[in-house]
Design a protein around this ligand. Structure first.
Ligand code: ADP
Ligand code: MG
Length: 248
């Protein structure tokens, strides 16, 4: 399995009027092709910074980021759908911005809308959709540009608990079905275990990777079904211990 992205001893600090804020101290990790990597860590430890570095919005102060960095889709906490545009027009927005809206790419967008049950909603506006449907639309908007790697920054945190479980399951299964690689950032340990192939634990700021945990679940299990297993409970207690040590 090839690596799609790799960080080698990446360091990053913010510089502001009040001085230097070291965010990432020395971060090394990789993401494999078609792998779902989850990153957890205390609030403010530099998770969003790490994704901004992946996407090329920030440049490392030192260290190296290598891989398929041209083909990345970024999905943020808020769905960032434009309320005055229909779902279809929201989904085509990325292609318009990239100047790659052609009959072929438009047909691919329609295919995804149909495949993931949004075709009948294409003329509706985001406000007319449920939180889950909006998140699905935001994912499809990211997928139409055919990224190899998806970055997801706490994408479910605005949803209530019940919806969150369903939507996480839904989004996770679409990403697997489309055979994408993904990096999901979350502070929800259960979400991390239910969705990932591997979990990377970051320390408090300035962050380092303190541990990685490879998750071994039956691939046929949905993320909701994973939550019912004893393996899930085992991973949860491992993560919990690790996170508690970081807090002290
Ligand atoms: P996380 O996503 O893990 O909560 P962030 O990556 O957003 O953390 O931020 C890491 C640290 O960098 C935090 O202490 C935050 O306050 C600081 N930080 C983030 N953005 C900036 C900025 N633009 N200028 C200065 N400090 C920042
Ligand atoms: Mg963040």
């Amino acid at each position: 399995m090839g690596k799609i992205l790799e960080f080698q001893q990446v360091r990053y600090s913010y510089h502001s009027m009040n001085g230097e804020v070291p965010a990432l101290e020395d971060v090394s990790f990789h993401v494999n092709e078609k792998e779902f990597l989850v990153i957890v860590g205390p609030s403010g430890c530099g998770k969003s910074t790490l994704l901004d570095l992946c996407f090329g919005l920030l440049r490392p102060e030192s260290g190296l980021i290598t891989g398929d960095t041209e083909s990345i889709g970024y999905m943020l906490q808020k769905d960032h759908l434009f309320d005055w545009r229909t779902i279809e027009k929201n989904i085509l927005l990325g292609l318009e911005i990239q100047h790659t809206l052609t009959p072929e790419t438009r047909a691919y967008a329609t295919e995804l809308l149909k495949k993931y049950g949004l075709y009948d909603f294409r003329k509706k506006h985001p406000m007319e959709l449920s939180g889950g449907m909006r998140q699905r639309a935001a994912l499809i908007r990211t997928l139409v540009t055919k990224p190899h790697l998806l970055l997801l920054d706490e994408p479910f945190s605005a949803l209530d608990y019940q919806t969150r479980l369903r939507v996480a399951d839904d989004i996770g299964s679409i990403i697997r079905q489309e055979e994408k690689s993904a990096i999901l950032v979350t502070h929800d340990l259960s979400e991390a275990i239910s969705m990932g192939d591997r979990i990377l634990i970051l320390s408090s700021r300035p962050s380092r990777v303190v541990r990685t945990i490879t998750l071994d679940f039956d691939p046929a299990l949905s993320s909701i079904a994973r939550r019912e297993t004893d393996t899930f409970k085992y991973y949860f207690s491992e993560l919990w211990k690790e996170m508690n040590q970081l807090a002290h």
